[in-house]
Ligand binder design. Structure first.
Ligand code: T3D
Length: 258
């Protein structure tokens, strides 16, 4: 059985991290396979949204620590540059919305892969752990970038330094994630969220994502210019014409992602 499951349904690509007996901890092979599945999602026209989740009781426990003690294994620099940094940049640059459907504990790089997704939803029993300080590392995979932006400096510092387990409900209250569903509702609710995104104007969503990516570092003036440029691109899409026509004719729009 592959460590990454991949299935396309209703124009949503479901990517499942699949080493449940090891809490979906990432091996090298698994990290590289996730990268190539994300590339497929970017290139396949039939994929209009992505839903990333984990098999079993974890989303992911991050790097498989049994690999890092292997004297023949790659050094730390290689681990981040070869495995995790390309996953984060692929998700951020993917011109389609990516939902992190956090079914259970998300720790270490597993937590930060979830946090870099466009919309993060979680089951009530899920949790987030910046486990790095417990083993003498610093938060990587974008953790030090996302946390202060999502929850503010004080909470980010506490979460990163202490490495405490943050329950999904607390993560939602502090703005780390978008929504929490009961464990019972979670599978259908997160699937429906991804399916809704897949029926929306895909190119406008991609341009929105692009604008949000730049908002963290742009000045207001630069961001206004960028919005102007991207809005002109959005206005040329068939989906924009469809959206306006549907509104004026009081009917539901049928977006095609074009
Ligand atoms: O060089 C570098 O490392 C750079 C890269 C860094 C990126 C990172 O992600 S560093 C952070 C790595 N992750 C962690 O430190 C988290 C370690 N795991 C845990 O803290 C706990 O397992 C959890 C809180 C995630 C879950 O706890 P619990 O009690 O529900 O489950 P468990 O019993 O600890 O784990 C179940 C099995 O999964 C167990 O295996 P076993 O004994 O049944 O054969 C456990 O060893 C295994 N497992 C869990 N996490 C990892 C792991 N095996 C390898 N690597 C793991 N990260």
């Amino acid at each position: 059985m592959s460590s990454i499951l991949f299935e396309i349904r209703d124009q949503v690509a479901f990517i499942t991290l699949n080493r449940p007996e090891k809490m979906n901890a990432f091996t090298r092979e698994m990290a590289l396979l996730l990268q190539s599945r994300l590339d497929e999602c970017a290139s396949l026209h039939e994929v209009r949204a992505v839903c990333l989740t984990g098999a079993g009781r974890a989303f992911s426990a991050g790097q498989d620590l049994s690999e890092v003690v292997d004297p023949e294994g790659p050094g730390m620099e290689k681990i981040l540059s070869e495995r995790y940094n390309p996953i984060i940049t692929r998700i951020r640059n993917l011109p389609k919305p990516v939902v992190a459907s956090v079914n259970g504990v998300a720790a270490g790089a597993g937590a930060n892969i979830a946090l870099c997704c466009d919309i993060v939803v979680a089951a009530r029993s899920a949790s987030f752990i910046q486990a790095f300080s417990k083993i003498g590392l610093i938060p990587d995979s974008g953790g030090t970038w996302w946390l202060p932006r999502l929850v503010g400096w004080q909470k980010a510092a506490g979460i990163a330094l202490l490495g405490d387990k943050i329950a999904a409900e607390n993560a939602e209250k502090m703005g780390m994630i978008y929504a929490v569903y009961s464990d019972q509702d979670f599978p259908e609710a997160s699937r429906a969220l991804a399916a809704t995104l897949a029926q929306m104007p895909t190119r406008a969503l991609a341009l929105t994502k692009h604008a949000l990516n730049y908002s963290a570092t742009n000045t207001l003036e630069a961001q206004l210019l960028l919005e102007d440029e991207l809005q002109q691109q959005a206005a040329q899409t068939k989906d924009y014409a469809e959206g306006v026509d549907a509104f004026l004719n009081k009917r539901a729009p049928r977006f095609k992602g074009e």
